[in-house]
Design a protein around this ligand. Structure first.
Ligand SMILES: [Zn+2]
Length: 332
């Protein structure tokens, strides 16, 4: 007996399809009373996902997606609109709107609740669906008042504009803020308010960072500034962009921030620079270094803008990398 041919393999499923179609006809002919009805739920599952890192409890909470809109040329250097559309389509991704998630990591060490980045707050520059962090935290039973530490990867709007509420109160009233001083200095610099490209970012970021100046601690490259949480400078996307390595009982997770903005277009072409990079070439060098570390040490990462919840591994394949999302578990 040889290998079954393609035709043999298709036969049973084709038969099932036909049976299914016939069954559909029968159902349609039944009286209306036989079909059960329920209103459409019209809501998504709560925006949190939980897992363990050694003795630490990790929870990813969503601030909701950012819409970048239709593909356009030069979002990534040297990539035309046509090329971007093709790559999205090849990966079965929508070609009418490039969507980036906002995956905010919460680590409960047992002693402290540590929040990594804060989402974009109430700003709606990237569509109506963002600004969900506080609701997602509540759904995850994390009280914003219990947040002891807010660790910023960098000072872009989608990472720090959730610090202050519109009424001027702090969203995390008991949180000490950890960040690189270079990013505070750059993104609150009054002198850049005259720069047409930067002025909106600078003006907004001043409102969120300057009122918190007295509760900031600056992190240094390589420093373990909280037990089990180490800073690793990864500059380029911003001058002070930092990733964080979280370790408990021999288990390690990296909070990779904006080391890459897309799980296919950038991971598989890691030398592409992004339109919002302060120094694209430096961002590429940092990305290659962090990706090499993640791949060679097989360390899982939460990456802020990757598909929800952004948890996965980076594998190296020749000169390229590939993103392997971690299978989600239904049991903690
Ligand atoms: Zn970002």
């Amino acid at each position: 007996m040889g290998e079954p041919t393609m035709g043999d393999r298709l036969t049973p499923s084709r038969r099932q399809l036909l049976v299914g179609a016939a069954a559909g006809l029968t159902c349609a002919a039944l009286p209306q009373v036989a079909s059960a009805k329920a209103p459409m739920a019209n809501t998504q599952a709560p925006g949190f996902y939980r897992f363990k890192v050694g003795a630490f409890e990790a929870t990813v909470v969503s601030d909701g997606p950012l819409r970048l809109g239709e593909p356009s040329g030069d979002v990534f250097t040297g990539v035309s609109k046509e090329q971007m559309t093709k790559e999205l389509d090849d990966n079965f991704l929508p070609t009418d709107n490039v969507q980036l998630e906002q995956n905010v990591l919460v680590i409960n060490t047992g002693d402290r609740v540590v929040l990594f980045d804060t989402g974009v707050g109430t700003a709606k520059a990237f569509g109506p669906d963002s600004g969900r962090l506080i609701a997602s935290l509540k759904a995850a039973s994390v009280d914003p008042k219990d947040v002891d530490a807010i660790v910023l990867t960098h000072a872009h709007p989608d990472h720090c504009w959730g610090l202050m509420a519109d009424d001027g109160n702090r969203n995390f009233p008991n949180g000490q803020i950890y960040m690189a001083q270079a990013d505070l200095d750059f993104w609150t610099d009054e002198g850049k308010l005259a720069d047409a490209q930067l002025k909106d970012f600078i003006a907004g970021t001043r409102k969120h960072l300057l009122p918190n100046r007295d509760r900031m601690v600056f992190v240094r490259d390589g420093q373990e500034f909280l037990p089990g949480i180490q800073a690793m400078a990864a500059p380029g996307h911003t001058v002070g962009h930092t990733v964080y390595v979280i370790t408990s009982q021999g288990k390690t997770l990296c909070n990779a921030g904006d080391i890459a903005h897309h799980h296919t277009m950038v991971v598989e072409n890691p030398r592409r620079e992004f339109v919002f990079d302060t120094d694209g070439k430096q961002a590429v060098a940092s990305r290659l270094r962090v990706f090499d570390m993640l791949a060679s040490q097989r360390v899982a990462a939460v990456t802020y803008h990757f598909p929800w919840p952004g948890l996965g591994h980076i594998g190296k394949q020749g000169e390229r990398f590939h993103y392997f999302p971690t299978p989600l578990r239904t049991v903690l």
